[in-house]
Design a protein around this ligand. Structure first.
Ligand code: ATP
Length: 267
């Protein structure tokens, strides 16, 4: 984190000193974001250090506020930033983060003065202002921020963010849309983890056709090309269940395999 081990301390010092940045500091959980996870995003999330306890969120719209308040609720130090005084005041009164600052993130000097370049992870939650979102992301990367996560609101926006160096881009509207379509078409699939575009791990309700059958009877690997990883009963999962175990309606099973094979399950 550069020379200053605690950037939040830096903010406090600056606001007390009445620096050029108009700072408002106050003492004050990620809502279920169904983002698709694949190998490249996994690499990114693994690169985030577990001990990283400080985040800055730029843009306090609905998305930015949700990120702020969830991180804050989980006990992380979060700095919320917005150019709009009303958004800053609202964030302060709602206590969605430990620190809130009013600044224009398209100004590299404002970001530097606020110590935002010292943060290891910064989230750019500016969806509707394309130029501001791109410029902010570029500023953060040029300022040396290791992990910049940015929100895109269109395919073009997503590509531009990647071009200026965003380390990870989320596209909540598209991700939620895909997720909703999947839930509507396959309601018995409870959870899906995309390994790559063709392979997944899915958690699903035991299909009616499997009720009362043993794992050996079902012969899932030969018939469907899938591996059964776990069976969930009540609130506990049994990993690598034995072949003589019987599956029942209402239980949950976790399988791994190709999406083509998963789609052949009688669900
Ligand atoms: P959503 O609710 O989906 O997040 P929104 O319409 O609430 O969308 P956006 O329009 O994407 O939010 O903007 C997010 C926030 O970013 C706004 O509160 C806006 O004031 C803030 N913002 C825009 N430009 C800048 C900037 N240059 N510096 C700091 N904050 C900015």
């Amino acid at each position: 984190m550069g020379d200053n081990p605690n950037p939040l301390l830096l903010f406090t010092q600056k606001s007390q000193g009445g620096g050029a940045v108009s700072a408002k500091i106050c003492k004050a959980r990620l809502s279920a974001l169904n983002m698709s996870v694949n190998l490249s995003s996994l690499k990114f999330f693994r690169s985030l250090r577990a001990e990283n306890k400080q985040f800055a969120v730029i843009g306090l719209g609905r998305f930015g506020r949700a990120v702020c308040s969830t991180l804050h609720g989980l006990g992380y130090e979060v700095l919320g930033v917005d150019t709009d005084e009303k958004k800053v005041t609202q964030a302060l009164s709602d206590r969605i983060s430990a620190h809130v600052l009013q600044l224009d993130s398209t100004e590299p000097s404002a970001l530097q003065e606020a110590g935002i370049f010292e943060f290891e992870t910064v989230i750019v939650a500016i969806g509707n202002y394309l130029a501001e979102s791109i410029t902010t992301t570029l500023n953060l990367k040029e300022g040396g921020v290791t992990h910049v996560i940015a929100k895109a609101s269109s395919e073009t926006h997503l590509k531009l963010l990647q071009k200026v160096g965003a380390d990870h881009v989320v596209f909540p509207e598209r991700e939620m849309g895909c997720s909703l379509a999947r839930i509507l078409t396959k309601p018995s699939i409870l959870e899906r983890f995309d390994l790559d575009p063709n392979h997944s791990i899915v958690e699903l309700l035991v299909p009616e056709k499997f009720d009362g059958k043993t794992i050996a009877d079902l012969d899932i690997r030969r018939r469907y090309g899938l591996n059964l990883l776990a069976v969930g009963r009540a609130d506990k999962f049994e990993i690598n269940p034995q072949p003589n175990e019987r599956l029942k309606n209402g239980e949950v099973m976790v399988v791994i395999g190709s999406n083509k094979d998963i789609n052949r399950l009688p669900i």
